[in-house]
Design a protein around this ligand. Sequence first.
Ligand code: NDP
Length: 446
Amino acid sequence: MKKIIEKFINQVESRNKNEPEFLQAVTEVAETVIPYIVKNDIYYGQNILLRMVEPERVISFRVAWIDDYEQIQVNRGYRVEMNSAIGPYKGGLRFHPSVNLSILKFLAFEQIFKNSLTTLPMGGGKGGSDFNPRGRTDTEVMRFCQSFMTELFRHIGPNRDIPAGDIGVGSREIGFLFGQYKRLKNEFTGVLTGKGVTWGGSLIRPEATGYGVVYFAEKMLEFQNKSIRGKKVVISGSGNVAQYAAEKVIKLGGIVISMSDSTGFILDKEGINIEKLNYIMDIKNVKRKRINEYISKFPKAEFHENRSPWGIKCDIALPCATQNELTHLDAKKLIDNKCICVCEGANMPSTPEAINLFHKNKILFAPGKASNAGGVAVSGLEMAQNSLRYNWSRKEVDEKLRTIMNDIHESCLIYGKSENYVNYVKGANIAGFVKVADAMLAQGVV
Ligand code: NDP
């Protein structure tokens, strides 16, 4: 089996040189899915995984725009349309200087499995740009978004490809992107999700990824007769996912003691309550400042510059910032400190070595493609509401989100449960694979 997997990875590597993040994501899936394929005649010999790792389409384009000093700036825009076997391409747009094809292909590949797990009919895609919104004025961000959409609009549509937000793309950017799409197409359609609630957005969409992560963690703990109540929780990041994960943890009686951003982490041993969290939301979403502002308001807290929070003693860790932010050394610290559950909010935040350590030590570990699927799930619900021209209430959407997260947990159990441990990575990969593979088989070699 090892040889078959190695051969497959070598084949993918030779065609995708210099794409380490993409190879990392493919390797993780191959290691769990290939043994399943080999055991199941209907998939064996069909080269399904080899077809899945090849994007159906990759679009790369120039984004030229003029900054506030009348200087011409040039960025690179992308859309990776990875797989449309079970529905139109769906996945976020990321604006961050680190964006390149390897990162977007890993995200688009993960998105195939994640979207499949949601039980909704959505294919996998991802896009973005190396544009950095940090330090840019609102008018500069608007001009960039307008230029970006002036090319992207011809490749997307409510039945073709429906982008959403991701790192660096929040409600402000979605607004500018949607405005330009509408102007170019002269039609009001649900082409983007994460829209404002007064113009087609779904209630609970901003909260969905963070809430979903905590619903999933709750389910994992419940399966072991434990709960979040009274548990100390460390969260990395302080963006969209981290903020609403923190809110849900607090509401369920957990104690959030740390949050972070790319400059370092804050530690508040008394716990970050809702009032303090509102302050963080104001710092990050309105003032667009750094997390260390927190200690000027709450001086009993500490700020640790340029460090990640994984050395803090905690029961639950929710990595909600970015890929590969939790290494095997971090995993070791968490295990030594008796952490019982790691539930990913970000995409691929734990390195493969860290995941191996969690598995070896029987830590409850959920991969992002399962635990952070709540965001895209509610995006799917936003698409449904747009088609129906109808809005569901907050309670209705939250209940649907909870049901979807519970269903994803069940799917992980079907394929990942053994006698005394649940391997959620294996469970999520195989459950996500089966639905897409069946559709691909039915649709022939395309
Ligand atoms: P945001 O841009 O709102 O927040 C990102 C947070 O992560 C910020 O606090 C940012 O710090 C921090 N961060 C970014 N890069 C680094 C880095 N290299 N080192 C340390 N911290 C970093 O993004 P989201 O919250 O939307 O996304 C976070 C993660 O969740 C991503 O992996 C994303 O793909 C994933 N995700 C998001 C979904 C969504 O619905 N938004 C859905 C599913 C997954 P700073 O403010 O300093 O930049």
